[in-house]
Unconditional design. Structure first.
Length: 366
């Protein structure tokens, strides 16, 4: 089976972890600080606050920006559950802004209609490794004095008009889950230029402690370990090379899809550098196989292929039970047609040829 994702971990990561183990200092310390500084510098931000996963980064970011009950955060409907759950965990409510049909990210043309007097923040998601169209989103948010938190959990190494994903809004959050463009095992980070947000996030991730056993606010324990940070420091050095490989693999796959009418490859929006966390194909209604038949056929051929999200987020039971609703016709139309095929940098040229041949067979009537 060619896996849909595979973390690339080698001797360098193993040596870095061994060094931490030998030191006996396992909890947040010097390596976490070094990783925060290195990652923030990579993105082009003044502060990095490392935490134990991407969900924690989003949660802490929203709290550090002062989100609370009675307020609303606008998010897109095509995303991972944490985009909505973290809003609810702050006591605020998620509202949904539909996606644009070409790139599946928050549609700036729909943002204005989604804003209410309760809207305190927007959280665009840089989906599948491509940033949302940030300039018009930022303009609309600034006009209403609304905060912008980028959910960049899928977009390490992506860029928008020459700036890195994560350097576009007021703050941004990344995940280092093992399937991501780089990993720390589990991990996350919040990056920002805002001194107050960074200071508040540092308190919230560590019991609100200002010094040992001195607690200024009620916080959590969301700290990153030294082991995770040591892996992250090694992985960060390799990120740009891996993203270049992902882009090269994506070009190959797009060429393989050329001529297969009814299978639409991902497209890169103007000014955007896609980092191809996922390579997502859309099956049009005219294609002889449904999305689920395609996924089954490719899986039978040993290609790790899977549907993308099963439904717009607001249809999840956990959200309906809390009376969170949405109506996003574009997301509803495309969600059942999207599927992911392997694009990761661990693919060999034989793997890529096998995928191309399997795609080609899909388009040939049996
Ligand atoms: C868009 C998005 N937001 C948030 C998260 C949460 O990150 P984590 O799994 O590290 O908690 C993820 C990760 O899967 C994600 O893809």
């Amino acid at each position: 089976m060619i896996p849909i994702a595979r973390p690339l971990l080698g001797d360098e990561e193993a040596d870095a972890v061994r060094e931490v183990l030998a030191s006996g200092a396992l909890a947040q310390g010097a390596r976490v600080k070094a990783f925060e500084e290195a990652f923030a510098a990579y993105v082009g931000r003044r502060h990095g606050v490392a935490v134990c996963n991407g969900t924690a980064a989003l949660h802490v970011a929203l709290l550090a920006h002062g989100l609370h009950a009675g307020q609303e955060v606008l998010i897109p409907p095509l995303t991972f559950f944490a985009s909505a759950s973290t809003v609810l965990l702050c006591g605020a409510r998620p509202g949904f802004v539909d996606v644009d049909p070409a790139h599946y990210t928050m549609d700036p043309a729909k943002l204005g209609a989604g804003m209410t007097r309760k809207t305190a923040a927007i959280m665009p998601v840089h989906l599948y490794g491509q940033t949302a169209d940030m300039d018009p989103l930022l303009e609309a948010a600034r006009a209403r004095d609304v905060r912008v938190v980028e959910d960049a959990c899928q977009a390490h190494g992506a860029a928008y008009r020459g700036r890195k994903a994560g350097a576009l809004g007021d703050s941004a959050c990344f995940s280092f889950y093992p399937t991501k463009n780089m990993t720390t095992g589990e991990g996350g980070i919040l990056v920002t230029d805002d001194d107050e947000v960074a200071a508040s996030a540092r308190l919230l991730r560590d019991h609100g402690q200002t010094s040992k056993y001195e607690h200024a606010v009620v916080g959590f324990n969301l700290r990153m370990t030294e082991i995770a940070a040591a892996i992250g420091l090694v992985q960060l050095k390799k990120l740009d090379g891996w993203v270049a490989r992902r882009r090269q693999n994506a070009r190959f796959l797009t060429k393989a899809l050329d001529g297969l009418e009814g299978l639409v490859p991902p497209s890169e929006g103007p000014g955007r550098t896609h980092s191809f966390y996922q390579y997502v194909v859309r099956a049009e209604p005219g294609f002889p196989l449904t999305r689920d038949e395609i996924v089954q056929t490719l899986a039978d051929e040993g290609i790790g292929c899977r549907p993308s999200y099963p439904m717009p987020l607001y249809k999840q039971k956990a959200l309906r039970d809390r009376k969170v609703f949405g109506r996003c016709p574009v997301a509803e139309q495309v969600v059942g047609r999207l599927f992911e095929i392997p694009v990761h940098p661990g693919l060999t040229s034989e793997d890529l040829d096998r995928i191309a041949e399997a795609l080609d067979r899909l388009g040939r009537p049996s």
